[in-house]
Design a protein around this ligand. Sequence first.
Ligand code: SAM
Length: 287
Amino acid sequence: MLAYQHAYHAGNFADVHKHLILFAAQRNLLRKETAVTYVDTHAGRGNYPLADAETQKLKEYEKGVLPLWRTRAALTNSDGSEKGLIHEWLGELAKAQGVNRGQLTHYPGSPWWLAQALRQQDRLHLFELHPGEQQHLEAQPLPSNAQRYRADGLLGLRGMLPVATPRLCVLIDPSYERKQEYNEVAETLAFVARKVRHAVVLVWYPLLPAGRHQSLLDDVKQAGLRKLWCSELRHHAPGQEHGMYGSGLLLFNPPWGLDRKIENAMQRVVTCLGGEACHRGYWWVGE
Ligand code: SAM
């Protein structure tokens, strides 16, 4: 089943949550010169013109990235703390707009966010199984050390471990169209942790009224993994509406201090989103 197309949801609050944390984690990794292999197991198209018919259908970006984008001017006198992280992220987002950096016309996907900070010594592996989405991804201008595969991302990731570089950073961002995906993701994370103990892994999960993400969290705890930190951004209270009420991100081996940085940045995001938005960061399993 490959019905999901991210273009319908591009730039929504979950994208902001996920890509802001990805950006913060990557910034942290860039502090050292040693090479990093990045793996994006569910890459999507790589870039989403907001004017496209699919994105215009739901216009989810209007309740996601747009309110944050509009605060750009207010953030220019940043003090270098949490405002700084969002300001930096918005600065990168402006670069994705091409010549007209003042207007938000495109929302970049995870391949773009990972590629924008790729150094010569780093590697990027992008997996996308949907033929149409993969075709879009192939059309993206990416550096030569970024490789694209039309293949299953979890199997592809397992097959390339251990990697040749000293460090590994993985984004696992499935569409969870099948219930079993929660368990498959947990098994894959446990596999990665066994093969590359110091890997930094980000696993995105939706917060749904059915609470299915709990089995993913329980499985990784049962597998004996440690250093698991969760960031959960609620858009509204559960049960009010069908579908996703929030966005979750599980971080395995979060770089030191990243939890506090994310907590601070998310307070700013929550203010921008308004309404019932709130954020909770917690250690699911500590040291
Ligand atoms: N990571 C992207 C981003 O942040 O811009 C969004 C990814 S979207 C949530 C999930 C993607 O996974 C879809 O494009 C879907 O076609 C793709 N997909 C579904 N099953 C897959 C699989 N087994 N392996 C690789 N990609 C898959």
